[in-house]
Design a protein around this ligand. Structure first.
Ligand code: NI
Length: 152
């Protein structure tokens, strides 16, 4: 496994719409492993492929330690409720803000075996799914803040 460089805001890569994955290749499995390692090293709870310079629809989320979701071609298929909570991003160090997100979401995605699965999450997990899927469409959490919070 290898730690990857995280692209920071200002880089065009973060503003591109990523391409879907047709098939899970060994290269994509390696990318997933590297993304998980990179996310953990950076102490993040999610990371999207464009953040490591790869314009494909791939993200990883780990809100509870050890409970990793690998999201290939993820799509939010249901959502409910609303939450306004704090968010940050590994590509935007030092900035925090309050976002408006659904309280519950259900995501359909493919895993590293090429299997389609669905996962539902609430609160922080729902925020993380929304945040990472936004990255795949070139959106950043600071685009639509309810409130900017003071830098640390
Ligand atoms: Ni982010």
């Amino acid at each position: 496994m290898a730690k990857l460089r995280i692209v920071k805001m200002g880089d065009d890569t973060l503003r591109k719409v990523c391409r879907p994955v047709d098939a899970v290749t060994p290269r994509i499995v390696t990318l997933l492993d590297d993304m998980i390692e990179t996310m953990r090293e950076a102490d993040g709870c999610g990371l999207a492929a464009p953040q490591v310079g790869v314009l494909r629809r791939i993200a990883v989320v780990e809100v509870e330690p050890g409970e990793v979701y690998e999201l290939i071609n993820p799509r939010i298929i249901a959502y409910a409720g609303e939450q306004r909570e704090q968010e940050g991003c590994l590509s935007i160090p030092g900035r925090w803000g309050i976002t408006k997100r659904p309280k519950h979401v259900t995501v359909r995605a493919m895993n590293r075996k090429g299997e389609i699965y669905e996962v539902s999450g609430s609160d922080l997990l729902a925020r993380a799914f929304c945040h990472e899927i936004d990255h795949l469409d070139g959106k950043l959490f600071v685009d639509d803040l309810v409130e900017e919070l003071d830098a640390e």
